[in-house]
Every structure is written in structure tokens, then in C-alpha cells.
Design a protein around this ligand. Sequence first.
Ligand SMILES: *Cc1c(COP(=O)(O)O)cnc(C)c1O
Length: 330
Amino acid sequence: MIDLRSDTLTRPTEAMRAAMARAEVGDDVYGEDPTVARLEERVAGLFGHEAALFTPTGSMANVLAVRSVVGVGQEVLCEASAHIARAELGAHAAYTGLTMRTWIHPRGQVDLPTIQTIFAPDMGPFFVPTAAISVENTHNFAGGAVLPLQDLRDLREYATGAGVRVHMDGARVWNAHVATGVPLAEYGAVADVLAVCLSKGLGAPIGSLMVGSADAIAEARIWRKRMGGGMRQVGILAAAGLHALDHHVERLADDHAHARLLAEACGVDPATVDTNIVVVRRDDATSFVAAAREAGVVVATVGPTAVRLVTHLDVTRDDVEKAAAVLARL
Ligand SMILES: *Cc1c(COP(=O)(O)O)cnc(C)c1O
């Protein structure tokens, strides 16, 4: 079976397992795991921020990151199909007590004129004040779309002027970096706080980080423990992340090339394939998925008429060529 459902499906390589086995560890709740500390410092540095916090999941990193800039009874603005709005089971409402308002963009892009229209200043005890604007780069449900750096800079400038903060869900910001050549620090510079994943294209079995100011991270450390996310000899997992940063970032270019090959085979406009995700529009999405599985290619629907193909570390060029032939025939 060639599995194109998600880039979360990767299994740690032999070299990654060896790095995990060798990891120096300590009790991270006591702040004594040197491998976790190394990972947190390194990722903070990559994005040009003061500090970072290792979390088990990207959803937890997002909840901690958003709650560092949005309080109880305040709102965050985001695109309507953002992961924080659609795929975190209402965690931001359940834990933080915030509300969301959304703009719609088919490619998940920053739509500044609309954001300016829905933005609500603090007007005292009358309206929900906007505390932050959240962007997702790359945008998962928009098919791995990259947000152009200039749009992010314009948003940041507007947000700063309006007195609100910017959160970036950068679960796949590595893909944006490799696709565009924009340094990670440039993405870091347009956000007050970020969440980044090691368990997507980077191929670690688990792990994400919140990235931000030292104060925000210190407070998030408390909230992580409160949520049950204090972890002990977790350097064994941080080591997988460090290995991924050393070996699995630049190779994302292969995943992007593979995605373009699949797009071509499926007659998808290559202009809609920025990174490692291809969305194929099919009225018969469910039966298409079943027929593909029958032929040895596992794909998934992301809506009644949309099929998603995701390339990743465990899909070779040979696999992609085989999958492309099967999907083209279907
Ligand atoms: C996967 C993902 C996350 C985090 O997901 P977890 O499954 O909680 O690790 C966050 N944002 C985006 C855009 C994602 O694709």
C-alpha cells in the first residue's frame, strides 16, 4: 500500500531511532532534561524568538500559543478553515474561554481588507474585543498553501498599529521555508507567537513547540503542566526532533516535487500545489477513494467533493510514480 493520507503517518527512520536511544535525559518537569533544553533553544533561535516550549502535540502548542495572546472573553480572528477553528475540537473555547470570528479565503490566505472590516477594537463592556489575528502557514485545508511573506508583513504592521498580536500556526512552516527560500527567522519576525510541528513532514513520531517571548513561554510552561502536559524523560522524543531538524528539512523539496508529479497525473492545476499537499476535486470523492485503495493507493477525503494526497518521508519517488499511474487511470 502507498499511503498518501497524511504526512503524520511517517515512522521514525533507523537513524532517528538510534538518535533517540542515545539521548541524554533528565526529568523535564524539574527542567533537567538537557536534550529538551537543546531542542527548545535551537527552535527558538531558528525563529529569532527568546524561548520555546516542547509539547506532545501541535494542538497543545496552538492552545498554549493562542492563550498567551488572547484572554477570557476576547476573540481571535482566523481564516474559516484554519486548524485552530476546525480541527482542535473547540479546545480554545474549552480551555481559554475565547471566541473566534473568521474570514473565508479558498487558499487560506491573509485577506487584509476583510480582516480590517471584522476587526473590533476594545470598546469596553459592549463588544468582544479582538486580541489577536491567527494565520496558518502553510495552510493545511487549503492544500498546503504558502502565505506570501509580504502579506504577513502587511498583516503584522496593521496588527501592531491596531494594538493586537499575531499568532502563526506553523505546523508546516518548514514546508513554506523550503518552498520559498524565506528564512525561518523572517516568518518568526511577523508573529508574536508561533506553534511548529516536528511530527508532520519532519518525520518525528511526536512533538511540537510553542515559540515566543521568555515571559510567554514561562507562563505556557505552567499551563502545559495544568493541562497534564508535563513530561519527564522526554529528551528521548526531543532527540527525534533534533535529528529531524538536522536531516529532514531540506529533503522536503523532494516531497514538493512528488506532489507536483501527482498533481500533474490527476489533472490538478499546478498553481494550486505550493508544497506537499494536493487537493483533487471529484464529485465521486468517496468511491474514488475506495477505487484507489483497491489499486493499492490510500488517499482520504477532506470534504464531500475533495480528495487529499499528501507526500512525505515514507513515500519514495518510485511509490509516487506508481501512485500517479494508478490515480491517472482512475
Ligand atoms: C497537524 C496540525 C496541527 C497540530 O496537530 P496535532 O495532531 O495536534 O499535532 C496544527 N495545525 C495544523 C495546520 C496542522 O496541520
